[in-house]
Design a protein around this ligand. Sequence first.
Ligand code: ADP
Ligand code: MG
Length: 322
Amino acid sequence: MGEFELIRHYFAAAPCAQAAEGVALGIGDDCALLDLPAGEQLAISTDTLVAGVHFPDPCDAFLLGQRVLAVAASDLAAMGATPLGFTLALCLPQATNDWLQGFARGLNQMAAQCGLALIGGDTTRGPLSLTVTVFGRLPRGQALLRSGAQGGDLLCVGGSLGDAAAALPLVLGQQHAAPEVAAALLAQYWSPRPQLALGQALRGKASAALDISDGLLADCGHIAAASGVALQIELARVPLSAAILALLSLPAAQHCALSGGDDYRLAFTLPAQHLSGLQADGWALQVIGRVVAGQGVQLLDEQGRVITPPQRGYQHFGSSGD
Ligand code: ADP
Ligand code: MG
């Protein structure tokens, strides 16, 4: 199958590439065209996943299709953007029907879940890597930035943390777990649910936000630096799932939650007056700390004493990573 036939069969003809609101022109021309209502801004983010670096190779193509889009869509959630579309740059060592079929199925499933239309891409031969660029829209000036946290705000997260990091040894076949525990943890790794609806609900309320991809401590450090404040995290309030506690000791689970990567949950700062309204609307957000004057991230024990945090999140070119 040639390049154009491959694009047509697996991507242009896919359910996620069909006509969608806001997409004036999709796959097939030199560019896609997006319509943006007056008074709105375009939010854009790119993520690349490389075989052997960001996912094991070989791995299940269906799961990879889900994951590559979820990871990218999570950045739209973190800005509070409404999803529009995405492009896919695919670099493949070979084009096998089974792989492409599974991959497209996973991509379609996550695209439907996120409300994202496939609007273009590129297909090349080479070592397996995938680049997704997502596009979303926002009322002008309402994006959730990292830079707005203010002393006195609450620090919140959108759900339990650490599951994907705890799943990694299972993904790599280095550890085994009871089937229901493994299933719950692996689901968080392979098909994280971008918190798009929560992000949109936080527009006009949260003072700063991001999605946790490199570990809670490292990512909260980004909010602290961008906002010129300190974030205090109460260790006992960091939410942990039943699955992670079934697999790991409390300190090991806490370590995953603080420093593991791949959570794709939102972390945000919130003026306290907005908390009860969001909770009344049913958002499962957890208050884990607060914003104070100063800089950096402080981890507190139950007596409010500062604990020296263990190693920070994953960095590709940093001393703690690779
Ligand atoms: P060009 O040579 O102009 O870059 P291509 O031949 O690469 O065009 O692609 C033809 C069309 O197919 C374009 O609209 C492009 O966006 C789309 N496309 C290519 N690869 C993919 C892909 N993997 N997924 C979705 N659309 C793709
Ligand atoms: Mg091209």
